[in-house]
Each structure stands twice: as structure tokens, then as C-alpha cells.
Design a binder for this molecule. Structure first.
Ligand code: NAD
Ligand code: WQD
Length: 335
């Protein structure tokens, strides 16, 4: 049985990935510092998978804690989710973002090198493409200077891994996620946004639940079908499954690093998302059209040919499932 270390495995995407790894017969150990998750997620994962999960509560910047884990366990691969992810917060606290996202990665890579562990799956983001003009974006679309320190940490992370893998004969896959949304169909795990959400789907579900008074659509004067921005929303369970595929591909790939877009390949406008949410859940949303949000790009969606062909992965869930599962999860939270 292969043993995988999952950093940030109690978080939103990590918890769903742990469920899929356990379902595919991997032995999983999670390291998480609970900075954006709760310890009870471990029991929820175990409830879904019917298997016990090893958890070490520690910070990946703590190299002594990491070394203690690597000395006790022989890992066959690492999936690295642990990072801060709020774009606005990164503008206010850039050093905190470089410390956690970049230094944390360096601490992890140094420990992997010391213990001879290869095979790293890294959580990158479509944010590296910035406001790409040619759509859909492929993996060879030009990377652009990031709009925020958060985005820079993803570009730097990719660069550091490229250098490290090339010179150390180490294998890594960079997954560029588009917009992960939804929750596990069991409604036992999902996203736990702290405070007022910045992202569209938690804002929608909290508005529907009466936690927020109304949703503001950020601009309807873009050059798109209905004037609102277009994104490639990807169900978190589909995204989780892509990590399992990436792990087995890592073993057999000839080059040191490869990169994949992970999206559905289809763009949806903000109004399409709202209308779908209302329709599939039979809930009326209180929303108004407001002005544009600074830094938003007009539209982006993925070319998924590479991930479809090489990883043998494609998204199974559509936007209706994403909205249904996001609402079921929110309702569980409001109980
Ligand atoms: P999340 O905040 O839900 O999960 C991250 C987990 O890592 C949390 O459980 C947190 O407690 C933990 N963590 C953070 N810093 C840590 C540290 N120093 N040591 C140990 N644990 C630490 O975030 P998520 O949405 O699951 O995102 C996972 C990864 O995917 C992140 O790297 C994020 O940047 C990336 N990503 C997310 C999105 C998105 O929209 N959610 C999109 C693209 C990329
Ligand atoms: C989606 C659309 C908004 C809230 C961010 C990060 C990106 C990645 C994913 C990590 C946009 C509109 C939103 C609201 C709205 N994260 N919106 N009203 O901005 O595409 O991407 O999360 O890597 O790096 O930037 O996602 O969910 O914030 O917005 O109209 O209250 O919804 O304008 O068009 P975004 P989002």
C-alpha cells in the first residue's frame, strides 16, 4: 500500500482529496496546522471513507516536526495543499503570504530532499495566467505578472519546484485549478469560509441561508454573453480525483515536471451560476447588480485536452450538481 503525505489535508480541497485517496487504497497521513480548518474534519473524512486517518497537527514551516514525520514514515509521494489562499488578505499581508506559501514549500522540499522522497503534486492556480487574451487557456499560455502577492506565491512555487526537480532528479506535477466549488455529495465535508466570504459560491449559499442580506454581482458591463464575468467552475470532488490520477502519472512520466489545467473546459457567467442555483434548489436569491470589483478579469476557462489525454481525467459533475451540493453543505452548516 502506497503511503502519501497530504499537507493541508483538513482543508477544503485537501479533505475531498483524502477521501478519494483512501477510496483508491492509499494509506494517507495528513499534516495540518488548523489555521483554516477544524480538527473535526478528520472524523468527517473517516465517516465517509470508513477508514481511519492519521493526522499530525503541525506547521509545515516547522522543519523539526516535518523531519520527525519523514523519519517515521516512508512516503511514496506528497500532495501539497497547505497555503493561505485569500487574494485580498495577501495584498494586506504580503509577508505572511510569502512566509506561509513560499517558505512553507521550501521547508517541505528541503525535507523531501533530505529523506529521498520524490513525487510532489502542487496546488497551483489559473491565476498564473492573469487576464489571458486567447481563450481557452492551454498550459503553454504565457504566465503573467501576478495581480496579488497570493498569485505571486503560486508563480514562485512553480518556479522553485521546476528548479528543484530538474537539479535533484525529482518528479512533480503542477495542477492549475480553475474555480473549485461545491461540496461532497454526502454533505459531510465542504468549504468552511471564515468571516465574510470573498468567493461567489459561499456568498450565494450564505445569502440563500439568510446569513448575508444580499449578493452583489460585480459588474454587468463586461464583453460577455450577459455582461457578467465568465469562470470555469470545477466540482471539488472532480478536482480531488485529478490528484489521484496525477499521483499515478508522476510514477511513469519521463520528464521531471509536468503541468495540467484542471477545469471543466466550459465557462459560466455569474448570472448563469445564480440562475442555476435558484433553479436546482428552488430558492430565490436576493441579489443586485453592482460595480466591477477591482482586479477581476473578464473571462477565463481552461483547455482541458492535456489533462483529459495524459491523466485520463475529465470532469463528471456539471454546474447544476455543483450548486446542489454547495447548498446541501450550507444547509448542514446552518442546522
Ligand atoms: P484551505 O484553506 O481550505 O486549506 C488549506 C489547509 O492548509 C487548511 O486546512 C489550513 O489549516 C492548512 N494550512 C495552511 N497553512 C499551513 C501550514 N503552514 N502548515 C500546515 N497546514 C497549513 O484551502 P483550499 O481551498 O483547500 O486550497 C488548497 C490549496 O489549493 C492552496 O494551496 C490554495 O492556494 C490552492 N488553490 C485553491 C483554490 C481555491 O479557490 N480554493 C484555487 C486554486 C488553488
Ligand atoms: C468569481 C466571479 C466575481 C463574489 C479567486 C481567486 C483565484 C482562485 C479562485 C485561488 C467573479 C463574481 C464574486 C461576489 C460576484 N483562488 N463575484 N459577487 O475571483 O475568479 O478567483 O478564487 O487560487 O486566484 O482570485 O473567484 O469566486 O471570487 O469570483 O459577482 O460576491 O464571481 O466578480 O466574476 P475568482 P470568485
Amino acid at each position: 500500500m502506497k503511503k502519501i503525505l497530504v499537507t493541508g489535508g483538513l482543508g477544503y480541497i485537501g479533505s475531498h482529496t483524502v477521501v478519494e485517496l483512501q477510496a483508491e487504497g492509499y494509506d494517507v497521513l495528513v499534516v495540518d496546522n488548523l489555521s483554516n480548518s477544524k480538527e473535526e474534519v478528520k472524523a468527517r473524512i473517516e465517516d465517509i471513507s470508513g477508514q481511519s486517518l492519521e493526522l499530525q497537527i503541525a506547521d509545515i514551516n516547522d522543519t523539526n516536526a516535518l523531519e520527525s514525520l519523514f523519519s517515521k514514515h516512508q512516503f511514496d509521494g506528497v500532495i501539497h495543499f497547505a497555503a493561505h489562499k485569500a487574494v485580498g488578505e495577501s495584498v494586506e499581508h504580503p509577508v505572511m503570504y510569502y512566509q506561509n506559501n513560499v517558505s512553507g514549500l521550501i521547508s517541505l522540499l528541503g525535507t523531501m530532499e533530505k529523506y529521498g522522497v520524490s513525487n510532489l503534486i502542487f496546488s497551483s492556480s489559473c491565476t498564473v495566467y492573469g487576464a489571458a487574451t486567447d481563450l481557452p487557456v492551454t498550459e503553454s499560455t504565457q504566465i503573467q505578472k501576478a495581480e496579488s502577492p497570493y498569485g505571486t506565491t503560486k508563480i514562485l512555487g512553480e518556479e522553485i519546484i521546476n528548479d528543484f526537480a530538474k537539479h535533484k532528479g525529482f518528479k512533480s506535477i503542477l495542477l492549475r485549478y480553475f474555480n473549485p466549488v461545491g461540496a461532497h455529495p454526502s454533505a459531510k465535508i465542504g468549504e468552511l469560509p471564515l468571516g465574510v466570504p470573498n468567493n461567489l459560491i459561499p456568498y450565494i449559499t450564505q445569502t440563500a441561508a439568510g446569513i448575508r442580506e444580499k449578493l452583489t454581482v460585480f459588474g454587468d458591463d463586461y464583453n460577455t454573453e450577459d455582461g457578467t464575468c465568465v469562470r470555469d467552475y470545477i466540482h471539488v470532488v472532480d478536482l480531488a480525483k485529478a490528484h489521484v490520477k496525477a499521483l499515478s502519472y508522476c510514477d511513469k512520466m519521463s520528464q521531471n515536471v509536468d503541468v495540467f489545467n484542471v477545469g471543466t473546459g466550459k465557462g459560466n457567467t455569474v448570472l448563469e451560476v445564480i440562475n442555476t442555483f435558484e433553479k436546482v434548489n428552488g430558492v430565490k436569491l436576493n441579489y443586485t447588480i453592482g460595480s466591477r470589483r477591482g482586479g477581476d478579469i473578464e473571462q477565463i476557462y481552461a483547455d482541458t485536452t492535456k489533462v483529459n489525454n495524459l491523466l485520463g481525467w475529465s470532469a463528471k459533475y456539471g454546474i447544476a450538481d455543483m450548486m446542489k451540493h454547495a447548498w446541501a453543505w450550507q444547509q448542514g452548516l446552518s442546522d
